[in-house]
Every structure is written in structure tokens, then in C-alpha cells.
Write a protein that binds this ligand. Structure first.
Ligand SMILES: NC(=O)c1ccc[n+]([C@@H]2O[C@H](COP(=O)([O-])OP(=O)(O)OC[C@H]3O[C@@H](n4cnc5c(N)ncnc54)[C@H](O)[C@@H]3O)[C@@H](O)[C@H]2O)c1
Length: 252
């Protein structure tokens, strides 16, 4: 399936592209024929695409990255995937203002800045396109230490719908993919072994997700086959949101 050329003639920009999920998205879009500009605040060791340094929290950096992408790819991008994100663990009683701002500015404001830049350029070029935002199951399931993260992802779900509505008439589709726990071994977002073991036990399909599990659904949402889908959010979580396995039968 990954060897079709669904995305030939398109141009893609992916944020968070050095990370686990972002890199898998770059790989699948590239394998299916899209030239991709991979953007991240950290340079990748090896990449199958063009790489541009980007801080999504900074509007000047966002404008520069889109300028660079247009030069490298020879025209405006018509696929944007927002995968840059931070998920630190900060209990509310000790959460600093700086920690709050960093998470909200990266996960929420960052996606606003990149999506606005993307849409402005597409509208000026009178072209159709699509955005996929990587949100999280934490958008509607609170967890200790993740108040800033959950708030940012809940707001990103709504930002997805707002962009979808405002740009529908310009044929720009905007959707979200909401992963459950995906094993990435991130240096930026490290997770303790105890947390990983505990969360994995709660997944109905009995395994952690892989970046590829998420990337496949992102690719589907970028295909023409999904051209009547906008403002939607797809859960890719091994069934985590369906309910809890923690409870026994309620009969004796
Ligand atoms: N791994 C999971 O279990 C999981 C679950 C649900 C949602 N997500 C979401 O998936 C996305 C990717 O996460 P991941 O698990 O691959 O983590 P990751 O740490 O491997 O990747 C995140 C990437 O974002 C980049 N980044 C951070 N701040 C940035 C900034 N200001 N500008 C540009 N890039 C920046 C980092 O350098 C990193 O490469 C995130 O939005 C995360 O919230 C992950």
C-alpha cells in the first residue's frame, strides 16, 4: 500500500519530523510519492527528505520555514502535518508558568501559526489542501501530571474544527489523529518505565502503538479517498478510549 504514488504532484511539510511519529509520517508520505520538507527544532541524524530547522512557537521561524519549503519544493505546500509536541510530566501543585507556556505555545499556538501560514499561502494560490493535527487521547482523558498537555490537546481538537470550518469553502480539509500510547523512545519527551508498563497494561489490543500505526491514518486523511472528510478526529489507540479493562465482572 505504501508503494502507491497517491501523493505525486503534492508537496508536504511535516513538523516534529525528527520525532518518532513525525519521522514515520515523513517516511510514508515520501514512499507514496510526495516531496516532503521535514521540520523540527532538532536536526535529524538521517532523513529521507529535505530538512528545515523550525521553532513552531516563533512566527518568524514559521514564515521562514514555509519560504524555505516553497523554494526547495518549487511551489506552495498543500499537505501540512502538525506533529511537533511536548508532553512533560508536571503535577499541578508545582507546575511553573514557564512550563505551562512552553507546552501550550508548542502544542497549540505552534499549530495555529503553521496552519495559518499554510492556509494563507494556499488561498493566495487558489489551491486545495489538507492539514492533519496530531492530538492525543489526553484531549478528553485527564491524567496526573498532564494538565497543561491535556488542555493543549483538547484545544487543538477544537482548533482543528475551527480551521476546518473557516477553510472549507477554499477546499482545505483539516482533521485530527488522536493517538493513544505510542512507543517512540523520545529523548525530548522521556517516559519512566513504570509509566510505560502501567499504560501498556490498559490497552485493549494489548500492545503499544507504533509510529507507523499513526502514520497510516494520517496518510489516509491526506488521500483523495478522504476528500469528504473534514473537521473529524480519528482515534488510533488500540481501543483505549472504548472503556477500561481495569474492572472485573460486576457479579460475584
Ligand atoms: N508517543 C505517544 O504516545 C503520543 C500519544 C499521543 C499523542 N502524541 C503526540 O504525537 C506528536 C509526536 O510525539 P512523539 O511521541 O513522536 O514525540 P517525539 O518527542 O519523538 O517528537 C516530538 C518532536 O517535536 C519536536 N518539537 C518540540 N518542540 C518543538 C518546537 N518548538 N518546534 C519544532 N519542533 C518541536 C521535538 O524536537 C521532537 O522531535 C506530539 O504532538 C505528541 O503530543 C504522542
Amino acid at each position: 500500500m505504501e508503494h502507491t504514488l497517491d501523493f505525486a504532484g503534492h508537496r508536504a511539510l511535516v513538523t516534529g519530523a525528527t520525532g518518532g511519529i513525525g519521522a514515520a509520517i515523513v517516511d510514508i508520505l515520501t514512499a507514496r510519492g510526495a516531496p516532503v520538507v521535514a521540520c523540527d527544532a532538532r536536526k535529524a541524524e538521517a532523513t529521507s527528505s529535505w530538512f528545515v530547522l523550525l521553532n513552531v512557537r516563533d512566527q518568524a521561524s514559521v514564515i521562514q520555514a514555509f519560504d524555505r519549503a516553497e523554494n526547495l519544493l518549487g511551489g506552495v505546500c498543500d499537505i501540512l502535518v502538525n506533529a511537533a509536541g511536548l508532553y512533560p510530566s508536571d503535577p499541578l501543585i508545582e507546575m511553573t508558568e514557564e512550563a505551562w507556556d512552553r507546552v501550550l505555545d508548542t502544542n497549540l499556538k505552534g499549530a495555529f501559526l503553521t496552519s495559518q501560514q499554510f492556509c494563507r499561502r494556499l488561498v493566495a494560490a487558489d489551491r486545495a489542501g489538507c492539514i492533519v493535527n496530531i492530538t492525543s487521547g489526553s484531549a478528553d482523558r485527564a491524567r496526573v501530571g498532564a494538565a497543561h498537555y491535556s488542555a493543549s490537546k483538547a484545544a487543538l481538537e477544537m482548533l482543528t474544527r475551527s480551521f476546518a470550518l473557516e477553510f472549507a469553502s477554499q477546499r482545505i480539509r483539516v482533521n485530527a489523529v488522536s493517538p493513544g500510547y505510542v512507543q517512540v523512545g523520545s529523548a525530548v519527551n522521556p517516559l519512566s518505565t513504570a509509566y510505560v508498563e502501567a499504560i501498556t497494561r490498559t490497552i485493549p489490543l494489548a500492545r503499544a502503538g507504533t509510529p507507523r500505526d499513526v502514520a497510516r491514518v494520517v496518510a489516509f486523511l491526506c488521500e483523495d479517498a478522504s476528500d469528504w472528510i473534514t473537521g473529524a478526529s480519528y482515534r488510533v489507540d488500540g481501543g483505549s478510549h472504548a472503556g477500561t479493562l481495569a474492572l472485573p465482572l460486576s457479579r460475584d
